[in-house]
Design a protein around this ligand. Structure first.
Ligand SMILES: [Zn+2]
Length: 183
């Protein structure tokens, strides 16, 4: 799958890396506290598209399809241009969904993203601050955009951990590392 994705992006004119070990995405230079991609292509200069093996980040999910469904009631993926599930830009024109006339881009739905970050937070001590920063960002995002997410879509343990984070009353690991029978 990763090789397939790489080839598709290459055919779409994303540039293969020519920087070798001096590239920030190379195993030698990649920042230590963020996961290094298994492959990458360059968009402009050091701005890259990073590719990861599914088994390393989303191993809990079924094998990814090339074009996953985005129309289920509780989808694993949504279109990045979905006007029903994603907000438009903020008052100064930043953020929000992408334009619908661009090539369709599928992204994890909010509940799947939260679930993935929770599982990765539990699994990796080295990258804990990295996954926590994602969870903090998404907590702010769902508080500002009430319609994008129903926390009842999460498993009870992840819902409880996300509630702790959003309330500021503890760390998600306080819940995630508690034996589930006690939650
Ligand atoms: Zn590179």
């Amino acid at each position: 799958m990763l090789q397939h994705a790489y080839e598709i992006l290459h055919r779409a004119d994303f540039a293969p890396c020519t920087l070798g070990d001096s590239c920030l995405q190379s195993p030698k230079c990649h920042p230590r506290f963020t996961p290094a991609p298994n492959a990458h292509l360059h968009v402009i200069d050091s701005y890259c598209v990073m590719l990861f093996n599914q088994s390393e980040l989303l191993g809990h999910m079924p094998t990814l399809a090339v074009t996953p469904r985005t129309d289920a009631d509780k989808p694993d993926f949504i279109l990045a241009s979905d006007s029903k599930r994603l907000p438009g830009p903020d008052v100064i024109g930043n953020g929000g969904r992408i334009w619908s006339d661009l090539h369709p881009v599928r992204v994890l739905s909010v509940w799947r993203f939260v679930e993935a970050c929770m599982l990765l937070l539990q699994r990796s001590r080295l990258y804990r601050s990295y996954w926590m920063s994602h969870l903090c960002y998404i907590a702010l995002y769902v508080d500002e955009n009430k319609d994008v997410f129903d926390d009842n879509d999460l498993k009870p343990v992840h819902k409880a951990a996300f509630d702790v984070l959003r309330s500021g009353k503890g760390h998600p690991l306080d819940i995630l590392e508690t034996p589930q029978s006690e939650v």
